[in-house]
Design a binder for this molecule. Structure first.
Ligand code: SF4
Ligand code: SF4
Ligand code: SF4
Length: 251
């Protein structure tokens, strides 16, 4: 019997769902095992739950969102959070460091009609079974999570930093050799070090690796000339609400 799947979006840019759409070209056989019953980006044929798997993109930023994510959780056996927005609040959560009113005034001509709140990860409100970091996560990680769900086992996700992947490609280190502010040492692997591979620093878009040495990273960034303000912004960008980064991000 096919697994019933729902894909849901909260405060986000839809980039994670666009990555997920590539499932069609990469592993069409997997689609024979799954029935996407509710995925408005992909089909107007929407069926209500319950679902075997809910795949959720985006952070929570409205009272309606809180109720909706709780309903999704009640209707789903397994909940997979895809992308930094769902896992940490992500880029939209940058506004959490401003006064709510200031952020609303910058964007909307009549913000008094809004029911917007600070942006939270979805696990602020419901239990999450699988976290897929990244902005967006690589399709390989999404496929790993779905295959694991089909087999009823835990997905094997990388715990090491981007630097390990970077070394597989024998790149010269941008941080130690060129004194550029590369976040690879604290950032979770999974992207294949695509930025250092083309000579660009890792900006940390996969969020923190397992148990990162944030203190050492901060010291290194200071040594190469970043101010404490620069460093704070680096750690806020994708995962400032995470347990590892919140102190440096001054949450
Ligand atoms: S994690 Fe990144 S790609 Fe995914 S929805 Fe959020 S901003 Fe977009
Ligand atoms: S370039 Fe960046 S990702 Fe690569 S080894 Fe150096 S610090 Fe790590
Ligand atoms: S190298 Fe860093 S910034 Fe670039 S995709 Fe990978 S995790 Fe994201």
């Amino acid at each position: 019997m096919k697994l019933k799947i729902g894909v849901f979006k909260f405060t986000s840019c839809s980039g994670c769902q666009i990555e997920l759409l590539r499932i069609n070209e990469n592993l069409p056989g997997l689609l024979n095992l799954m029935d996407f019953q509710n995925w408005t980006m992909a089909s107007s044929n929407v069926q209500q739950g319950p679902y075997d798997i809910a795949i959720v993109e985006g952070g929570i930023s409205t009272p309606e969102g809180i109720e909706e994510i709780k309903t999704i959780r009640r209707n789903s056996k397994l909940l997979i959070a895809i992308g930094d927005c769902a896992v940490f609040g992500g880029i939209p959560s940058i506004r959490n460091w401003m006064k709510q009113r200031e952020a609303e005034d910058l964007v909307y001509p009549k913000p008094e009609h809004l029911k917007s709140m600070k942006v939270s990860s979805i696990d602020e409100y419901v239990k999450v079974d699988v976290y897929l970091k990244g902005c967006p996560p690589h399709l390989d990680d999404m496929l790993e999570a779905l295959k694991a769900a089909i087999l009823n086992i835990r997905p094997r996700l990388r715990q090491h930093p981007v630097c390990i992947e970077c070394k597989f490609y024998e790149n010269e280190c941008l941080l130690t050799t060129y004194k550029q502010a590369c976040m690879g040492p604290v950032t979770a692997a999974g992207c294949g070090a695509i930025c250092p591979n083309v000579g660009r620093t890792c900006e940390g878009c996969y969020g923190p690796m397992s148990n990162p040495n944030v203190k050492s990273m901060v010291e290194r960034l200071r040594e190469i000339g970043l101010t404490d303000e620069d460093i704070m912004r680096k750690f806020r960008k994708y995962a400032g609400t995470s347990e590892y980064y919140r102190e440096v991000a001054r949450l």
